[in-house]
Design a protein around this ligand. Structure first.
Ligand SMILES: Cc1ncc(COP(=O)(O)O)c(C=O)c1O
Length: 362
């Protein structure tokens, strides 16, 4: 007898919409691809990884061996980079995976996870996947965190607070004093420093002082390794030890380990590229202010969010896509009619601005 497989599925996931991921270049038609795709939609690093990564791959021979489940070499290298002892560090398949593991560690079905919206969608994604409730504390009209609403938003069910420093998709930096106020609640606080290298602002030094503070980082942005999926976190020892037990043993694959190791041997090279991106961010910001239908928001990361006025953001996104330029479109209650542009090389800025000007003339 045929059985309806759906009735065996968790019914609470029926409405789970998933994450609207960026379009991959492979999904575009031939004609658009021929134009040369400029991917400015996912805050990747257009400069790519350190050349040391490719060189190390060329001589890598251990594909048939599982990676070290204890992440010994990686944690040691990260300890050198962060100044935080290896037993406080856990790496994951992107920092996305660490967000997932943290939610699994702290959140029971019905528990609440709080963050300041608009923010990185994966906090809500993993909370809801775990049967938790995502509680959104709205930012102000310039996307700054306001804590006035915090006391009302906190309940006995609040188990975890996420704050992105700086925030994605808005680029807004959060003052350390604001994060301190969150830490003072005594609740577990995750400071997501995915864009740390673009700002230099970190709470890593405060880790020893606050047993409820956790920090997430990634190699996706500054080190150009988004495709290899490697992120890490700096945690109180008790959390690191539990995450280590929860993670699947080989969650960071061998190629990612090699690439992270080589990146950490080439920090000067990578930081030079980061500095180019930061310089280009200022140039793009100025150029965007000259486009009369865009209102850019100041950013501390490797992208700029713009509100679109007098035009339809989705139309602009599609027009850019037809010219081979991929950008991120948002249209949600706090981010109506908006576009986000990742920062590229100078020639990428020029190409984007030329197209935006053309669209302005239509
Ligand atoms: C704030 C923030 N945290 C985490 C991530 C996830 O990074 P990863 O590629 O390491 O999973 C991103 C990626 O865009 C991000 O913007």
């Amino acid at each position: 007898m045929m059985s309806d497989i759906k009735r065996f599925m968790r019914p609470e996931l029926n409405k789970f919409a998933g994450y609207a991921a960026c379009k991959s270049p492979e999904a575009l038609d031939e004609e658009t691809r021929r134009m040369g795709i400029l991917k400015l939609d996912a805050n990747e690093n257009v400069y790519g990884p350190s050349p040391r990564v490719k060189a190390a791959f060329a001589s890598f021979e251990d594909y048939h061996i599982y990676p070290d489940s204890c992440q010994t070499e990686l944690r040691k290298a990260l300890a050198g980079y962060t100044g935080v002892a290896a037993e406080h560090i856990v790496a994951g398949s992107g920092s996305d995976q660490l967000i997932d593991l943290l939610v699994r560690l702290f959140v029971n079905p019905g528990d609440e996870v709080l963050s300041f919206t608009p923010t990185f969608a994966m906090y809500k994604f993993f909370t809801e996947l775990a049967g938790g409730k995502f509680v959104a504390v709205p930012r102000d009209e310039n996307y700054n965190v306001v804590l006035d609403g915090l006391p009302r938003a906190l309940t006995p069910k609040t188990k975890l607070i996420f704050i992105a420093m700086p925030n994605n998709p808005t680029g807004t930096q959060v003052p350390v004093e604001v994060v301190m106020k969150l830490i003072e609640t005594g609740l577990p606080v995750v400071v997501d420093e995915a864009y740390y290298e673009f700002t230099g602002q970190t709470l890593a030094d405060a880790l020893d002082l606050f047993p409820n503070l956790m920090i997430l980082r990634t190699f996706s942005k500054w080190a150009g390794l988004a495709g290899l999926r490697v992120g890490y976190g700096l945690f109180p020892h008790a959390v690191a030890e539990r995450l280590d037990a929860l993670k699947d043993p080989y969650c960071v694959n061998s190629a990612a380990v090699v690439a992270a190791r080589e990146s950490l041997k080439d920090v000067d090279y990578l930081m030079h590229k980061v500095n180019l991106i930061v310089g280009e961010r200022d140039r793009l910001f100025d150029a965007l202010t000259q486009i009369d239908y865009l209102k850019p928001y100041p950013s501390s990361a490797n992208f700029i969010l713009c509100k679109v006025t007098g035009k339809i953001a989705l139309d602009i996104q599609l027009k850019l896509e037809r010219r081979g330029i991929l950008v991120r479109y948002f249209n949600s209650p706090q981010m109506e009619n908006s576009l986000r542009f990742s920062i590229g090389r100078p020639q990428d800025t020029d190409r984007l601005i030329t197209e935006l000007q053309r669209i302005g003339e239509i």
